[in-house]
Structure formats: structure tokens, C-alpha cells
Design a protein around this ligand. Structure first.
Ligand code: AP5
Length: 192
């Protein structure tokens, strides 16, 4: 089994690159943002609660998100592996993920961290906002999401660095160029 965390700030291309990665490597895509937006769209109690935080660019509580991941892992036994997109986003989430995966004997193999400058991030998200319909793709909320990233999510990179699992990837350049860099790292592990 191959387990990958695709890490990076809002707008760094996690969702875009996940699409290419799952096509080539047949991994199960777990995007906590997508799962939460589905809950919001269905107006479930979880979705209505999460919406309050998402609309403000703040993270949803750890317990909620960790519970969602546990269910997804249980639903997908006997698979090639998982790509985690937008999770973990706090050190507590990273520890919980390690516990869940260690219990199954299939730890995280690598964390690929997309590096994109802040101006590019804002521009990408503002452009996406013109078509996405996402309630968090507007200037005010984008600034808060990036702030929340630095405060709570950036320490996750340090967590994986100490475990020697973190690899920085240049996330600027064409989508194809970024995918080439990512797949070279994945191939190196799969072929080892
Ligand atoms: P989430 O959906 O995870 O949002 P995010 O991390 O802010 O990331 P995005 O999906 O906005 O960006 P991305 O990195 O996937 O980039 P994309 O490929 O779309 O989370 C939303 C909210 O849910 C959070 O704020 C929080 O409230 C909650 N949440 C989710 N997970 C949580 C968790 N674990 N814990 C707590 N709360 C959680 O690309 C962006 C744009 O750039 C696109 O238009 C794309 O076409 C373009 N683009 C991509 N690559 C390139 C390139 N190489 N060159 C030019 N343009 C590019």
C-alpha cells in the first residue's frame, strides 16, 4: 500500500494535482475540503456546523475531521493506497492519522509539500472564485485562510520533517511541470 499526503497552502494546487495522481497511481482520494462541502451542500448537522467555520476561512474542529477520516479508511479496505489532500492540517490531525495508519500497518510513505508564493496563491484563488461558487474564494476570506494556514497548518510540515518524510516541491510552473516533479518522487518510492 502507498500512502501520500499532498500538503500546501490554500490554492497551491493540491486538488488539481490529486486528480492527475489518482489517475496514474489508482489511489483513493481523500479530500477533507470536498467531504465537508458535500456535507454543507446536503445541509447535514455536520455540514451546517462546519459551514460556520469554512465561510470564515477557519479550520473545522479536529475531532470532526479526524472522525471523517477514520470512516473513509474503514470504507476503503484492500486498496492500492490513499492520497490525503487538505488533511492533516494541524499537528493533532497528523498524530491521529499516524495512529490510524500504524494500527493498519500502512504508514504514510511521503509528504509532498507544494511551494507557491503568497501573491500567486491569492491570484489563483481569486481567479477560481470567479467560477467556483465557493463561499471562501473571495479576497477577505482568502487572507484569513492563508493566516490560518501559517498559524495552524505550517507546523505540520515540521512534524513530518522530523520524521524524514517531507519533500518540498516547486508548485509554480505549469500544471504538467508540477505533476512531473511530484510523480518523480512517487516513482522513486514505488520502484525502490
Ligand atoms: P480545502 O478545500 O482543503 O481548501 P484549501 O486548502 O484552502 O485548498 P483549495 O482547495 O482551495 O486549493 P488547492 O490547494 O486544492 O488548489 P487547487 O488545485 O484548487 O478546505 C476548505 C475549508 O474546509 C478550510 O478552509 C476549512 O474550513 C475546511 N477544512 C478542510 N479540511 C480541513 C481539515 N483537515 N481540518 C479542518 N478544516 C478543514 O488550485 C487552486 C487554483 O489554482 C485552481 O483554479 C487551479 O486551476 C489553479 N492552479 C492549480 N495549479 C496551478 C498551476 N500550476 N498554475 C496555475 N494555476 C494553477
Amino acid at each position: 500500500m502507498f500512502n501520500l499526503v499532498l500538503f500546501g497552502p490554500p490554492g497551491s494546487g493540491k486538488g488539481t494535482q490529486s486528480g492527475f495522481i489518482i489517475d496514474r497511481y489508482q489511489l483513493i482520494h481523500i479530500s477533507t475540503g470536498d467531504i465537508l462541502r458535500k456535507e454543507v451542500g446536503s445541509e447535514t448537522p455536520l455540514g451546517l456546523e462546519a459551514k460556520k467555520y469554512m465561510d470564515q476561512g477557519m479550520l473545522v474542529h479536529d475531532e470532526v475531521v479526524i472522525g471523517m477520516i477514520g470512516s473513509k479508511l474503514d470504507e476503503n479496505q484492500h486498496v492500492n493506497g490513499f492520497i490525503f489532500d487538505g488533511f492533516p492540517r494541524t499537528v493533532a490531525q497528523a498524530e491521529a492519522l499516524d495512529n490510524l495508519l500504524d494500527f493498519k500497518g500502512n504508514p504514510i510513505n511521503i509528504v509532498l509539500s507544494l511551494q507557491v508564493g503568497e501573491e500567486s496563491l491569492k491570484q489563483r484563488l481569486l481567479s477560481r472564485g470567479e467560477v467556483s461558487g465557493r463561499s471562501d474564494d473571495n479576497e477577505e476570506v482568502i487572507v484569513k485562510r492563508i493566516k490560518e494556514y501559517h498559524a495552524k497548518t505550517a507546523p505540520v510540515a515540521e512534524y513530518y520533517k522530523t520524521k524524514e518524510k517531507l519533500v518540498d516541491i516547486k508548485g509554480e510552473g505549469s500544471v504538467e511541470e508540477v505533476f512531473t516533479l511530484l510523480s518523480a518522487q512517487i516513482d522513486a518510492i514505488i520502484e525502490a
